[in-house]
Design a protein around this ligand. Structure first.
Ligand code: PGA
Length: 251
């Protein structure tokens, strides 16, 4: 059985005080209303990690939105995997398209981030996804496969099973446009078969693949019913506890 994961990505939103209020609400509602086989995760801004860790319960895991690829040292403004682990972080988003686009993160650099996160026992939420132009050119599947190959395929079969993949078509992120259930399922199946080509079907079958890109209460049910969709990475709709939890309850 693959793990079902509903992860919120707050991005650069919420003061610490606002974040504490939202996290408290998410933790309370999750405990009372979300089935226990769904892992809820909130990926909050760095500054909110330590305080938020104190208001979560065992049903909600704490995630970061980025990590630096080096262990420690002269990297002004950066945060290491060890630091994240020290405040109770257990998930970390790696390779979000906004980091690739605005901060020039490359597949090779992301491979290093995956390694350092895993060395600290953090679960990478590894993002992949194509632009609209790439989809229109028909190269979206090859493009996503190359992101996976270059950042993840150095891992052993044991380690790749610990990674959670998030397919996030860039054209659907923050745009209100969602991939149709068919488009999302097609890509998730392609991702799983690409994983199977390297690691075998049994390993590929154990890896959770989340969908991200304008997932909301009203479209979550259809997406989450697809065979190869094992959860969601949710941006905008994770900023309201009720919306976020109603997605988690859509299973
Ligand atoms: P969105 O963001 O749900 O606001 O489209 C998803 C993401 O970027 O993780």
């Amino acid at each position: 059985m693959r793990k079902k994961v509903i992860a919120g990505n707050w991005k650069m939103n919420k003061t610490v005080e606002e974040g504490l209020a939202l996290a408290t609400e998410v933790a309370n509602i999750t405990k009372d209303e979300v089935p226990s086989d769904v892992q809820v995760v909130i990926c909050v801004p760095y500054i909110a990690l330590a305080p938020v860790s104190k208001v979560l319960n065992s049903r909600v895991a704490l995630g970061a939105q980025n990590v630096h690829q080096k262990e420690s040292g002269a990297y002004t403004g950066e945060i290491s995997a060890t630091m994240l682990a020290s405040v109770g972080v257990s998930y970390v988003i790696i390779g979000h398209s906004e980091r690739r686009e605005y901060f020039g993160e490359t597949n090779a650099q992301l491979a290093e981030k995956v390694n350092i996160a895993m060395a600290q026992g953090l679960t990478p939420l590894f993002c992949c996804g194509e632009t609209l132009q790439q989809r229109e050119q028909g190269i979206h599947i090859d493009f996503v496969n190359s992101q996976l190959t270059e950042s993840l395929f150095h891992l052993s079969a044991e380690d790749i099973k610990k990674v959670v993949i998030a397919y996030e078509p860039i054209w659907a992120i923050g745009t209100g446009v969602t991939a149709s259930d068919e488009q999302a399922q097609e890509m998730h199946a392609k991702i799983r078969s690409h994983l199977a080509s390297k690691y075998g079907a049994a390993v590929a079958d154990e890896i959770s693949i989340l969908y991200g890109g304008s997932m909301k209460p009203d479209n979550a049910k259809g997406l989450l019913a697809c065979k190869d969709i094992d959860g969601g990475l949710i941006g905008g709709a994770s900023l309201k506890a009720r919306d976020f939890i109603s997605i988690a309850k859509s299973y």
